[in-house]
Design a binder for this molecule. Sequence first.
Ligand SMILES: Cc1cc2nc3c(=O)[nH]c(=O)nc-3n(C[C@H](O)[C@H](O)[C@H](O)COP(=O)(O)O)c2cc1C
Length: 193
Amino acid sequence: MKTEMNTKKLYYGFPVVLIGYKDSKWKYNVTTMSSSYSLGNTLTIGLASKSNAVANIKKYGEFTLNIPCQEILNKVEIAGFHSGQNKIGMADITYDLGEKVDAPLLDECLLNIECRVEHIVDHGDYTNFIATIERRVICDEMLNEDGSLNSRDFNPIYFMGDDKERIYRYFNSDTKKLGENMGCSAEDDSICG
Ligand SMILES: Cc1cc2nc3c(=O)[nH]c(=O)nc-3n(C[C@H](O)[C@H](O)[C@H](O)COP(=O)(O)O)c2cc1C
């Protein structure tokens, strides 16, 4: 049985990220968000049009996307409130500047992605930035010896919920290899696919 769900918003599991950007008032700034996805060498983010981040990313056409580790949830929350404030200062965030874009690469993040805005789509109350990825920087511990992503140890914070409650979630350690699950069935001991 299924029930029609009435909610104004439903986040079905998105990684929490920190967007870094050049700020005309505070020099550089950050904001917390979860509405992003990456396809090949492109990356798309959705932000409230009235936010300080949107005003500045529209102005400068560049940003970074940074994946925080679970240990800095306090900084994630500071950057997720206090609109328009100097959140880098408030959260005591340290950074280097990007090599390809003039925006901050946050030190305490597992992965930093330098992005150049290619298209801006305003839709309702939100602005979507479609960007080209210029460069990726990752913690050494998140790489295997051959330089590939250590997907088993990469533990972002996830964001999930509806208009009543939204929570942070963490991965468990279960993994399944892509393309090796078509023969398994729901009766298997382990969860299929
Ligand atoms: C976990 C989390 C996820 C968030 N996701 C988004 C998001 O995807 N898009 C958005 O516009 N705001 C999101 N927010 C809210 C913004 O971070 C918040 O409105 C912020 O104060 C905007 O700051 P600014 O106006 O200085 O840019 C999120 C906040 C938190 C804590």
